[in-house]
Design a protein. Structure first.
Length: 549
């Protein structure tokens, strides 16, 4: 006999089932970091190989690729190979590079929560396990990359590294896990608990999730209009200053490899320039060097800026003109879009002939619009923060919009234009609501009238009220088809009277006649419902005797 292996305890079983989920989540985080790093490494290696005069060997190229990967996460770099020997910070993060790790982390978070399709496979990975595994795996690779990059010419700032890299990893993986579980409202409810009770009831109310969802959608649409309008402004200004942009592009480098690298850098910075232009349209503008603002009323860029095509598209120094003031059309369009989204959610129209369904009153619509302005303030402040940064010291210590000016300006434009737009569009969507309800109320009894009349025409009680036929004739008429009964006249025709005369000679007994009369007297009134069945034919044997209650 062989010894039987002891069964696993429930705790061991749970550990056995959960460990593959954690290990798979760690692997997903490592793969996401490796893919992002690999894409940038391949790109930098391709440019280095195609360059006719490379400045460094493969080691320097790998250091540059690692530094770019960290810069894509918002980590500020420090440049050490300067003419003066003093380190210079480089903190402008290309937003197009930031989109790559954010998307990879989002996909890793979604894949980490996928359950096995096999019946005997492990259960779905819990939210915290998947989230923690992806973040830890990603940060493990990030720490190794930072340690490797610390010996190169572009070194990471450890203060920014400990903040930016974990923040991007936590946010990206959390968004993926949250989306994979169907976007549950629990995180939103946790945030709402921090809001004071009276303010929460005033702004959110009972349908807090619907209001917050509408505010986020409206603010997202408004932000998209602002950034898209900023991109149009950048394109128009680049075309307007086309000769200066072309000269700066050709001045930077001579070889086609270097020009291609400059072109890629310019493309990666286009989202940054769009945010800067959106801040310009909002009013606060941006700074090109410390103490050198650029806004629609005036332009004062710092002198001796490095030649770059996007910097050549900056408005000329001096006071603003009407052409510069026309940029205000962008926030006007953004505010109108936000108000339209709120009004569309406040009043639902189900059709042209049906009355609209009112979800929110005027007061609640106003509250949702103001909440939209708050969300728009946060979004633009965040974009202004990540789109700018230093490119050196002194006059180059600050480039881009100031978040404490851009965010409130976006919220003010949204509130001032979105609120009247939401109220006007809400009233417009309610147009003719009273007439539609009156028409619906008028059509409802009219639709019920037809079956009621039809039921009366089919009801044998009408023959009784007319007094034109006796009980025996009514029982015979009930045997006829309903359609034929509808066309019978009130007075029986002569043929029917003759047939009644030609009945068998045996006359009904006196008891039968009395029972028939009693049945007619107790016959129920006509039903208004056309679906009621016709009364069945009763015989003298089944009828109740007179006097029965």
């Amino acid at each position: 006999m062989t010894a039987r292996r002891p069964s696993l305890t429930p705790l061991s079983t749970r550990l056995r089932d959960r460990s593959p989920g954690l290990s798979a989540s760690l692997l997903n985080g490592v793969v996401a970091a490796g893919l992002g790093l690999g894409v940038l490494t391949v790109l930098v290696l391709a440019l280095w190989i195609s360059s006719p005069y490379p400045d460094s060997g493969p080691g320097g190229v790998l250091h540059i690729a690692a530094a770019l990967w960290l810069l894509a996460h918002g980590v500020e770099l420090v440049r050490t190979d300067t003419l003066s020997g003093a380190p210079l910070p480089v903190g402008v993060t290309p937003l197009l590079l930031l989109a790559l790790p954010a998307w990879l982390l989002y996909r890793a978070g979604r894949y980490a929560t996928d359950a096995s399709g096999e019946p005997d496979g492990p259960p779905p990975v819990p939210v915290r396990t998947a989230w923690l595994g992806v973040v830890l795996g990603y940060l493990t690779v990030g720490t190794a990359v930072a340690a490797y990059c610390s010996g190169g010419e572009l070194r990471p700032s450890w203060g920014w590294l400990t903040v930016s890299l974990p923040l991007v990893a936590v946010a990206g993986a959390g968004a993926g896990v949250w989306s994979a579980h169907g976007c549950p409202p629990e995180p939103l409810l946790i945030v709402l608990k921090a809001v004071p009770g009276p303010l929460r009831r005033l702004v959110f109310g009972a349908d807090a999730r619907a209001r917050v969802d509408t505010a986020v959608r409206a603010a997202g649409a408004s932000t998209a209009v602002l950034v898209g309008g900023g991109a149009l402004l950048v394109a128009a200004s680049t075309v307007w200053h086309g000769e200066a942009a072309r000269a700066s592009f050709l001045q930077l480098t001579e070889g086609w490899t270097g020009r291609f690298a400059v072109l890629l850098l310019g493309m990666a910075l286009v989202p940054n320039a769009s945010v800067w232009a959106a801040s310009y349209a909002l009013g606060p503008g941006f700074v090109l060097g410390a103490g050198h603002p650029v806004h629609p009323l005036a332009s004062d860029p710092a002198p001796l800026l490095p030649p770059f095509p996007l910097l050549a598209a900056v408005p000329d120094a001096g006071p603003g003109t009407r052409l510069n003031w026309a940029a205000a059309l962008v926030p006007v369009a953004a505010g109108v879009v936000a108000g339209w989204f709120v009004a569309r959610a406040a009043v639902r129209r189900r059709g042209h002939r049906e009355p609209p369904r009112v979800r929110w009153s005027v007061v609640r619509t106003t509250g949702v619009t103001l909440l939209t302005a708050v969300v728009c303030t946060l979004l633009l402040a965040l974009l202004a923060t990540v789109s700018g940064g230093p490119l050196g010291v002194g006059a180059l210590s600050r480039f881009g919009p100031l978040w404490w000016q851009t965010g409130p300006a976006a919220g003010a434009w949204t509130a001032l234009l979105g609120l009247p737009t939401a109220l006007v569009v809400r009233a417009w969507r309610l147009r003719g609501a009273g007439a539609l309800r009156a028409a619906a109320d008028a059509e409802k009894p009219r639709g019920e009238q037809k079956p009621k009349d039809s039921g009366k025409a089919k009801d044998p009680a009408k023959a009784k009220e007319s007094g034109k036929a006796d009980g025996k004739a009514r029982r015979e008429d009930n045997l006829c088809d309903e359609d034929a009964y509808d066309i019978l006249p009130a007075e029986p025709p002569a043929e029917l009277r003759i047939e009644r005369i030609e009945l068998p000679a045996e006359a009904p007994s006196t008891e039968t006649s009395k029972a028939t009369e009693t049945m007619e007297a107790r016959e129920p009134t006509a039903s208004a419902d056309p679906t009621d069945p016709a009364p069945a034919k009763e015989t003298p044997e089944t009828s109740e005797p007179p006097g029965t209650p």
